[in-house]
Design a protein around this ligand. Structure first.
Ligand code: ADP
Ligand code: X2W
Length: 256
């Protein structure tokens, strides 16, 4: 599951209650979280400038210090605390811990700096944490192959890579909109199902833009592997996780 920074503050207690309930039923959740708005807020307070190129934050070493502090510290621990308040067990870590996420510079690193693409995920470590009864909560900071360099990884990209390396059946993307929306006859509607081909058309036409682009790109990369579907849902919706898993037709399902 990917939890977007846009929605973290709005997640109701029922969201975390659902995770506990699902764990009791034997359905394991693995969280990869974002925190873009919180990173921007702290950068602003510190007077460090940063921009975005095609949805990726331009990342210098100074920006990376803040990214790591906010994602692996503030946000990661907030999610762990909220899960633990339900009585469930959670363990927070970033891609740095146990070489969980290995990364290499993205193709346009000359534009965005220290941003990474995932090359390897230590799936055994995630399985080990799950087998010990903990829900893994992962911050998307990766390590280069030599283990010396950190990289800022878009959280949608990191979540997609974790989902494919684990070979899970479903990835749930939790965000601040009820799914992929399209204006039909002057009215905004949530599309219940979209295919990879339809997504490409919607990006070309501008119906999918901004922060939705890395989500659908990560979804496409991931459902070409073992993952059967990616579901995009609104985290503010009460009991959204159990609704998704019961197949109540909530959100947008992205399928091959
Ligand atoms: N077709 C679309 N349907 C729904 N949302 C869209 C669409 N295209 C772009 N968006 C935008 O994508 C945003 C979600 O991405 P983002 O803000 O990056 O969230 P997160 O922090 O959860 O990753 C929505 O709030 C909306 O503004
Ligand atoms: C490279 C890059 O852009 N990294 C993101 C990581 C956090 C993220 O992706 O958070 P959301 O899911 O809330 O957008 C960033 O620095 O904002």
């Amino acid at each position: 599951m990917k939890c977007g920074g846009s929605t973290l503050a709005a997640l109701p207690a029922s969201f975390f209650e659902d995770m506990r309930q699902l764990q009791e039923e034997g359905i394991v959740t693995v969280i990869v979280h974002g925190g873009g708005p919180a990173i921007s807020e702290t950068l602003g307070k510190l007077g460090i400038e940063s921009g975005f190129v095609n949805g990726l934050r331009v990342t210098t070493e100074a920006v990376l210090d803040v990214v790591e502090m906010v994602l692996s510290g503030q946000i990661n621990k907030e999610i762990v605390r909220r899960i633990q308040l339900t009585g469930a067990a959670a363990l927070g870590l970033s891609g740095v811990d146990g070489h969980l996420i290995e990364a290499r510079p993205v193709a346009n690193s000359h534009e965005v700096g220290l941003v990474g693409d995932v090359t390897r995920v230590n799936a055994e470590l995630i399985r080990g944490i799950v087998n010990m009864g903990y829900i893994p909560v992962i911050a998307p900071v990766g390590l280069g192959e030599d283990g010396g360099q950190r990289y800022n990884i878009n959280a949608d990209t990191a979540a997609g890579a974790v989902a494919s390396h684990l070979g899970v059946e479903q990835m749930v993307v939790v965000t601040d909109v009820p799914g992929i929306m399209k204006t039909v006859d002057g009215e905004k509607q949530v599309l219940p199902v979209v295919s990879v081909a339809e997504i490409e058309e919607m990006i070309a036409s501008g119906d999918i833009y901004g922060g939705m682009i890395p989500k659908v790109r990560a979804a496409i990369a991931c459902i070409q592997g073992k993952v059967q579907e990616v579901v995009i849902v609104n985290g503010a919706e009460p009991n959204v996780l159990s609704k998704v898993l019961k197949g109540t037709g909530i959100g947008t399902r992205i399928v091959r």
